[in-house]
Design a protein around this ligand. Structure first.
Ligand code: ZN
Length: 456
C-alpha cells in the first residue's frame, strides 16, 4: 500500500519527501504510486515573495495576477504578497480587498496574500482590512508616484501604527524622506537637470536613513511591528539592526536589484532599471552584502513593479515610471551569487534568535526567501521543508546555467533589467501544496491558488 500521494526522491538535502493531501508527511522511508525522481536536483521551500505589485484590479495593462503569478511560479515561487498599490482601487478598505480577492481566486496559479494600504484618511478602515485577512499595512513616507495612493505624514503613520499594533499586524514602510527627495527633485528639474545621474542625486542614502529613523522612533513608541521594505544601503540595515537590539520590533527587506545591479547599471540600462530608492554605487552595494551576511536583513522580496513600455520612454528621467520587473528571477539571481563564489562561506542569520547562528549559504538563501518571510508575517505551516508544512517546493538544477531571454519572461510586458544576464541555478519544477504548477519551462497549474491569512 502506498503511504503517500507523492514521493520526491533523490533531491538534496532531503532525499525523500512524502506528501499527502498537500502536506509534507514524512522525510524518510515510505513508498508511493506517484514518484518524482529528483536525482541531481536541489530542493528548496517555495519562494514566498512578500513584495510584488501585480496591479489588479484596475491596471491589468501593466501586469495582472495571471501573468504575475505565472512568472513567480516559473521562478520557484508558491506565494506572493501583493501590495495595495498600483491596483485601482488601491487596497485601502474591505471593498477593494474583495475586488482583488475575486480576481486572484480566478487567476492566480500560486497562493496569495494581500497587504492593506495605510494612507491619510483610512485609519478607520484598518480593522475591516484586518478582518478580511491582510498581512499588514503598507505606507509610503515619500510620494508613491501614483495619484490614488498618497504618502503619509508622521501623524498619519503614528496613528496607523497604534491601530496596527492593536490588531497585531505589522506596518511596512517605503522609507525615503519626502521633504528631502521632493525638494531635491524640484530643484534639479527647475535647473533643467533631468538625466539619470540627476535622478540618482535626488535620492541620496541620507533620504532613506532619515525616514528609517523616524519610522523606528514611531514603532518604538507605539509598540507596532515595523518592516522597512527595499532597504538599499548597509547603513540603513545597520540602523534597523541597532533598533532591533534595543527592543524595537523592526525588521527589513532588501531586493535582488540592490544586490546585483549598481548605479552604473542604471546609467547603462536606463528606464528598465529605474527604481526608488535608486540603485547605489558598488561600495554601498558591497556594504549591503556584508550586512546580509551579518544577519541584518530578514527578507528578500522582488518589489516586482512593472508598467507598460510607453511609461518608460520619457527623455526626462524623473518622468519615467520607476519599477523593476524581477519576480521571475529572485532565486536564480541569489543562487548565481552563491555559485559564482562571490558570496562564499556561511552566512550568519539571527532572525528571532538572540544568538546569531551560522548556516550554509544555500540554507540562508532559503531562509531569506521563505522561512523568515513566513515567520515574520505570521503564516503558519509555510516556508519550511518539515513535517506538517504545506508541500510548497522548488526543484532546482544548481549546475545549469541559462541566459535570461525576453521570450522566456512570463510577464505581461517582456522587459527586465536581467535580460541578457547569465544565471546559474535553473528552476526545473515548482510544486504548490503537492501539485506541480510549473515544469520544464511550462506552467502546468490546474487548480489555482488560495488566500493565505496571517495567524494573528
Ligand atoms: Zn514596491
Amino acid at each position: 500500500m502506498p503511504d503517500f500521494d507523492l514521493l520526491i526522491r533523490g533531491a538534496q538535502p532531503f532525499p525523500e519527501i512524502g506528501i499527502a493531501e498537500g502536506k509534507i508527511v514524512l522525510l524518510s522511508g515510505g513508498s508511493s504510486r506517484k514518484e518524482i525522481d529528483a536525482t541531481g536536483l536541489h530542493i528548496f521551500s517555495g519562494v514566498i515573495d512578500s513584495h510584488v505589485h501585480f496591479n489588479e484590479p484596475g491596471r491589468t495593462d501593466w501586469e495582472g495576477i495571471e501573468t504575475g503569478s505565472r512568472a513567480l511560479a516559473a521562478g520557484g515561487g508558491t506565494l506572493f504578497f501583493d501590495m495595495p498599490l498600483n491596483a485601482h482601487p488601491p487596497t485601502c478598505d474591505a471593498e477593494s480587498f474583495d475586488l482583488k480577492l475575486a480576481a486572484a481566486q480566478k487567476k492566480s496559479v500560486t497562493d496569495f496574500a494581500f497587504w492593506g494600504g495605510l494612507v491619510p484618511g483610512n485609519a478607520d478602515k484598518l480593522e475591516e482590512l484586518a478582518a478580511r485577512g491582510v498581512i499588514g499595512f503598507k505606507a509610503f513616507m515619500s510620494n508613491s508616484g501614483i495619484e490614488d495612493f498618497s504618502c503619509v505624514d508622521d501623524t498619519t503613520l503614528r496613528e496607523g501604527m497604534k491601530r496596527a499594533a492593536k490588531l497585531n499586524l505589522p506596518v511596512a514602510v517605503h522609507a525615503e524622506s519626502e521633504t528631502l527627495t521632493s525638494k531635491l527633485a524640484r530643484e534639479s528639474i527647475a535647473a533643467g537637470k533631468t538625466s539619470i545621474r540627476d535622478y540618482l542625486d535626488s535620492r541620496p542614502v541620507a533620504a532613506e536613513l532619515d525616514a528609517i529613523r523616524r519610522a523606528i522612533d514611531l514603532a518604538g513608541e507605539t509598540g507596532c511591528a515595523l518592516h522597512i521594505v527595499h532597504v538599499s544601503s548597509g547603513t540603513g540595515v545597520a540602523m534597523v539592526a541597532a533598533a532591533k537590539k534595543s527592543g524595537v520590533d523592526v525588521t527589513c527587506e532588501t531586493c535582488p536589484h540592490y544586490l546585483v545591479l549598481t548605479e552604473d547599471d542604471m546609467a547603462k540600462l536606463g528606464a528598465v532599471a529605474k527604481c526608488a530608492p535608486p540603485l547605489r554605487p558598488a561600495a554601498v552595494q558591497e556594504d549591503l552584502w556584508q550586512h546580509i551576511i551579518a544577519g541584518g536583513v530578514t527578507t528578500i522580496g522582488s518589489d516586482h513593479s512593472p508598467s507598460p513600455p510607453e511609461l518608460k520612454t520619457a527623455q526626462n528621467f524623473f518622468k519615467v515610471w520607476g519599477g523593476i520587473s524581477g519576480v521571475q528571477h529572485t532565486l536564480p539571481l541569489l543562487l548565481t551569487e552563491w555559485s559564482a563564489g562571490l558570496r562564499p562561506g556561511p552566512l550568519e542569520i539571527s532572525v528571532n534568535s538572540a544568538v546569531p547562528c551560522r548556516r550554509p549559504a544555500l540554507q540562508s538563501i532559503s531562509d531569506l526567501l521563505s522561512s523568515n518571510v513566513a515567520r515574520r508575517f505570521q503564516i503558519p505551516n509555510k516556508g519550511k521543508i518539515a513535517v506538517g508544512f504545506d508541500a510548497d517546493l522548488a526543484l532546482v538544477d544548481l549546475k545549469q546555467s541559462f541566459t535570461v531571454a525576453k521570450e522566456d519572461l512570463l510577464y505581461r510586458h517582456q522587459q527586465s533589467p536581467y535580460v541578457g544576464r547569465t544565471l546559474t541555478g535553473r528552476v526545473v519544477q515548482t510544486i504548490l501544496r503537492g501539485k506541480t504548477i510549473f515544469k520544464d519551462g511550462k506552467i502546468t497549474a490546474t487548480d489555482g491558488g488560495k488566500l493565505i491569512k496571517p495567524k494573528r
